[in-house]
Design a binder for this molecule. Structure first.
Ligand code: PBG
Length: 329
């Protein structure tokens, strides 16, 4: 057979496959989500997120040091407050678990980028991402609360604040709040295109942030829309976002590709709790190989155009990359 084109020529040996590989992961591009509550010595396993833990401000330092040692680029903190109210005011309490953890991390892990999620849903008693007015989430009344939360986290030591409430104008409100507080060097990573997704289930379990009534479809995006996702990304860049995010990652690879083509700021993607938990559940049943499936999903997210990946596999991936397990042909 005289075949001129034989793509298999470059797949013949591990060394050729390695040379031909178009997409690589690097631990520095990975961002590990961490859950923090008040207290000391806390290491409570999260049942819906196998291998993930609820930390207190002292123990989270140890975990962050471990991740930094593996070369992970950043951590993003989520708070589990002692008290919740209708306006989510514990979110901007300077004595809350996230500010306390940030202050400790700023000293203990100078090489790690510190990010903090900014949203009301973990702090409101009704579980919505904004304040309610007549049963609906009031966009403009929520903005100053998000700005106050961002300022509290930036003051405590966050290098990057990441608003995830999907309120219109949240990036501009936070940028304005930070600048007015003399925090013009704090960056904003906007959860720009975030869909109303079934894949947040395990996170809401972990954070106790399931809305008491209703759903988030009035503010999170319809997962059926592609043009609108790009619009959300462009609006956030316009409002001053230093980086943008697509979420969830795996179900929205086209959103990632569109964003990467359209903007000149870093595009991040969040492989969310349900994506992680689903792989674990299937692997537990012996239906797939967790390590290989995790690698494949992360490479796909990177290949679509994400520069940064938020993933509960961050530590696992960094270890696999460091040992060479994940870059072999
Ligand atoms: C807060 C927030 C959520 C997630 C990140 N930030 C929950 C939600 O929107 O319901 C989900 C992360 C995950 O599922 O891993 N708004």
């Amino acid at each position: 057979m005289d075949l001129r084109h034989r793509p298999r020529r470059l797949r013949r040996t591990p060394a050729l496959r390695r040379l031909a590989r178009e997409t690589r992961l690097h631990p520095a591009d990975l961002i590990a989500p961490l859950f923090v509550e008040h207290g000391r010595g806390v290491r409570t396993p999260l049942p819906s997120l196998p291998g993930q833990t609820r930390w207190s401000p002292d123990t989270v330092v140890e975990e962050a040091q471990r991740l930094a040692g593996l070369g992970v680029g950043a951590v993003i903190l989520f708070g589990l407050p002692a008290q919740k109210d209708a306006r989510g005011t514990s979110g901007f309490d300077p004595a809350g678990p996230v500010p306390e953890a940030l202050a400790r991390l700023a000293k203990a892990t100078p090489d790690l980028v510190l990010m903090a999620d900014v949203c009301l849903c973990e702090y409101t008693d009704h579980g919505h991402c904004g304040v309610l007015a007549g049963g609906d989430v009031d966009n403009d009344a929520t903005l100053p609360l998000l700005a106050a939360e961002a300022v509290a986290y930036a003051r405590a030591g966050a290098h990057v604040v990441a608003p995830s409430a999907m309120m219109d104008g949240q990036v501009a409100a936070i940028r304005g709040g930070l600048d007015a507080a003399g925090l013009s060097t704090t960056a904003v990573l906007a959860y720009s295109a975030k869909s109303a997704s079934a894949f947040y289930g395990p996170f809401r379990d972990a954070a106790g942030s399931t809305p008491g009534k209703g759903d988030r479809k009035g503010y999170q995006m319809d997962f059926a829309n592609r043009t609108e996702a790009l619009r959300e990304v462009l609006l956030d860049v316009e409002e001053g976002a230093d980086a943008v995010m697509v979420k969830p990652a795996g179900p929205n690879l086209d959103w990632i590709a569109d964003a990467a083509d359209a903007v000149d700021v870093p595009v991040a993607a969040y492989q969310v709790s349900g994506e992680y938990a689903a792989l674990h559940a299937a692997a537990d049943r012996g239906w797939l190989d967790l390590d290989r499936a995790a690698q494949e999903t992360l490479v796909a997210i990177r290949r679509a155009g994400a520069r940064w990946i938020l993933t509960y596999f961050a530590g696992h991936a960094a270890e696999a990359l460091r040992s060479g397990r994940w870059d072999r042909g």
